[in-house]
Design a protein. Structure first.
Length: 434
């Protein structure tokens, strides 16, 4: 057990210092678990979430095609003109767009799309993109808590414990909307000075200069191929569960992304394929693989089962306190470990707890846990899959961000939202609204 814990802690500290390439650090930590016998090769392949890896690979490819086509640059200019180049309006629209899109598609997909778009917009307006992209990540993770398909933890909890799309919409949906409004209010107030500066720097001459310097034509063929593939992927991601049940085919999130991506690559010319593939973010894919191995090591040594035993005692002694701890414990933990494997481990914990007498209703436990891991995942750059994607994009295109700055931006509104959710969950328990 201690080897798995020690390797995880050392790897986590090394990743958080950012003095070493995070993808190699995570892969090295996973390799140590294999070499020390904590994980066998077969177990390692089992613990890697291939659905997430496939989803990333497919969506990275489609976003790469659209980037090569100049689509995000064109969309940024079009959106700027629609709101008359007003930074404040753009700030609000993009955060709400992140939350809304994440209700119906994976938050990874949302941030792959919005990171590229936001970076282009901020570059045109001479704004720092970091605060806005972090705000979008928080909104996407929080908005995704509203539905079954929004955040990966919800998919895991819903499919494992038998809760439907309608169940999530009716229960976590209203609370998620309240949390998004809180986040938007906080981020707007904390960034209003920067937005005023950006707005005051704009004048008719500056706007004309922006339009002249950034008037780049779209590549028609790449745009058609990229958009067709992206829209196909979105439709499949939203409807892949009912389609899978209806057709009997194993259509998961990875298939939903990789099939359109593969079809899009086939439709490109050979020289275009090479350019697109070279722009795919392979480092993030390697990082996810290593991260799953590190979490798999903790699961292998039954660390999560030990946690379940302690939680069971608390659930029997103080059900109300247990609901709060179920919200805050995994919620804060999801800032340290990716919330996908955490949600999977906790789904088994809840299934065991539900079989015991005198514990809170399973539904209330699921809503508390879902809101906790979805919102709590905002805390750090590796708290959720969407965070990793957005952080990698910023580091690659903007420059060093650092964990300290991420925490400074994301932690206060995240903790505020979790406090409010705790009160609302208590009311749900008291009045039986579950």
């Amino acid at each position: 057990m201690w080897i798995a814990i020690l390797v995880f802690l050392i790897s986590y500290i090394a990743i958080s210092t950012e003095k070493f390439p995070r993808h190699w650090t995570a892969m090295l930590g996973g390799s140590v678990l294999l070499l020390t016998g904590v994980l066998s090769p077969d177990e390692a392949l089992t613990y890697i979430n291939w659905e997430t890896i496939g989803l990333l690979a497919g969506m990275f490819t489609l976003v790469s095609i659209l980037t090569e086509a100049g689509f995000f640059h064109w969309l940024a200019m079009t959106l700027l003109k629609r709101v008359n180049f007003h930074p404040g309006y753009l700030f609000v629209i993009l955060i709400l767009l992140a939350a809304f899109m994440a209700m119906f598609m994976d938050s990874i997909t949302v941030m792959l799309f919005l990171s590229a778009l936001t970076f282009q917009l901020c570059r045109l307006l001479n704004m720092d993109p970091v605060a806005l992209i972090v705000a979008e990540v928080c909104a996407a993770n929080t908005g995704g808590a509203a539905t079954l398909v929004g955040d990966p933890p919800n998919v895991i909890l819903g499919t494992t414990l038998g809760f439907s799309f309608a169940d999530f919409v009716a229960n976590t949906g209203p609370l998620s909307v309240i949390a998004v409004v809180l986040l938007l209010t906080y981020f707007y107030i904390s960034n209003r000075k920067a937005l005023k500066v950006a707005h005051s720097a704009l004048n008719p001459e500056t706007i004309q200069e922006i339009e002249k310097l950034h008037h780049e034509p779209l590549h028609a063929h790449l745009t058609r191929v990229g958009l067709t593939g992206f829209l196909m992927a979105v439709v499949l991601l939203v409807f892949h569960l009912p389609l899978s049940h209806f057709s009997g085919l194993p259509i998961n999130a990875a298939v939903a992304a990789m099939v359109p991506a593969g079809a899009a690559l086939i439709a490109l010319k050979d020289n275009q394929v090479k350019k697109v593939i070279l722009k795919v973010d392979g480092e993030s894919i390697l990082f996810f693989g290593g991260l799953f191995l590190l979490i798999g090591g903790l699961e292998k040594v039954q660390l999560f089962e030990m946690l379940a035993e302690h939680m069971a005692t608390l659930a029997l002694n103080s059900p109300a306190l247990f609901i709060s701890i179920l919200h805050w414990g995994p919620g804060l933990m999801s800032g340290v470990v990716d919330n996908v494997p955490l949600a999977l481990a906790m789904s088994y914990v809840l299934k065991d707890l539900a079989a015991l007498p005198a514990v809170p209703p399973l539904a209330l436990m699921v809503w508390s846990l879902a809101l906790g891991v979805d919102i709590g995942g905002n805390l750090t750059p590796i708290g959720a899959s969407a965070n990793v994607v957005a952080y990698a994009f910023l580091e690659h295109h903007h420059g060093k961000v650092g964990w300290g700055r991420w925490l400074l931006i994301a932690a206060p509104p995240t903790l505020l939202a979790m406090i409010v959710m705790t009160g609302l969950l208590f009311l749900k328990g008291v009045y039986g609204w579950y």
